[in-house]
Design a protein around this ligand. Structure first.
Ligand code: PMV
Length: 312
């Protein structure tokens, strides 16, 4: 029996604009994980692969699943990359504590945990770059034009500055930086939010591109502020990024409520994270005030709150 994990992620800066070629900053969030366990099965036939995902009440034989099934695609592409023709008969069980459709990279983490578990079980290895490419192919099933940020940060498991078409660059962190990730409780598909932005961009390309450019500039400044440990600057940049996400119409009343509560309770900055329209917001907080802001967000109705620290 072999088990492998992959963390969740959050985007600190640059979501949506990253789909249009701007940079984004993202970090892995190890407090939540996708986990895949591969077990050998007794079977007279070789190569029988059973996939189970109890969280979504899913069960299916790989050879019966079509090419649109993301779990099947992750398995097939991994076996192909490992050049395995005769796999043993195995049972692949996927579990995850990463909330679905909430901007924490659950689909990419699931793919990467499958890739890692299959590699380990079959005694092989795939480089993070290859894991990321496979997960990227699977991400395309979820929404047609993924930027690639989710699969990259999860496969490399370190804070990265990501820009489409360039190698991901790890970014430096000057001082331990405490973030709260609060779930608005409403779910939203990445494809809906990405589709909404695309529609707006088609109708008014010049205004939208001006917003993407501004988000890109903020992201570059944020990278310097994180490196220099300038948390107040970082907080204002988060607030500015949120104004622009609002202009892209991907915020929601629930997200705005949590953002307001965090700021009223001494957060240095707050914004939605990921596709928006639902899902999570993030707040930059001082370590000393973190507890009281957690309590305030809890009272304001956050469905779940995670405290994570980006380490130096
Ligand atoms: O909400 P998530 O975790 O799927 O993140 C989406 C981030 C977007 O920039 C909106 C889309 C993308 O492909 O980068």
């Amino acid at each position: 029996m072999t088990t492998a994990n992959a963390p969740g992620k959050i985007i600190l800066f640059g979501e949506h604009a990253v789909v249009y070629g701007q940079p984004a900053l993202a970090i892995p969030v190890t407090e939540v994980q996708a986990s895949t366990t591969v077990t050998e099965m007794d079977s007279s036939e070789k190569g029988r692969i059973l996939i189970l995902a109890p969280d979504i009440q899913f069960q299916g034989w790989l050879h019966e699943l079509n090419s649109e099934n993301p779990l099947a695609k992750a398995c097939r592409l991994t076996l192909e990359a490992l050049e395995i023709k005769d796999s043993p008969s195995i049972r692949i069980e996927i579990n995850s504590t990463i909330p679905i459709a909430s901007g924490m990279g659950s689909s990419a983490a699931i793919s990467i945990s499958i890739i890692r578990a299959l590699c380990q079980h079959l005694g092989s290895e795939l480089l993070p770059q290859v894991q990321s490419q496979i997960a990227f192919e699977v991400e395309k099933l979820h929404h047609g034009t993924p930027s690639g940020v989710d699969n990259t940060v999860i496969a490399f498991e370190q804070p990265v500055s990501f820009k489409h078409g360039e190698d991901p660059k790890p970014f430096e962190v000057g001082v331990p930086t405490t973030l709260l990730i609060a779930d608005s409780g409403s779910r939203s598909l990445t494809s809906d939010a990405v589709g909404r932005v695309r529609e707006g961009w088609r109708e008014d390309p010049s205004s939208y591109e001006a917003i993407f450019d501004q988000i890109g500039s903020i992201t570059r400044l944020a990278r310097q502020a994180i490196k220099a440990g300038q948390l107040h600057v970082l907080g204002s940049l988060m607030n500015h990024n949120q104004e622009l996400l609002r202009a892209l119409q991907v915020s929601s009343p629930e997200l705005e409520h949590l953002i307001r509560v965090a700021l009223e309770n001494t957060a240095l900055g707050a914004k939605l994270s990921g596709a928006g329209l639902g899902g999570n917001m993030i707040a930059l907080v001082s370590h000393e005030n973190a507890r009281s802001i957690v309590d305030a967000l809890d009272q304001a109705g956050a469905a779940n709150i995670i405290l994570t620290v980006i380490e130096e």
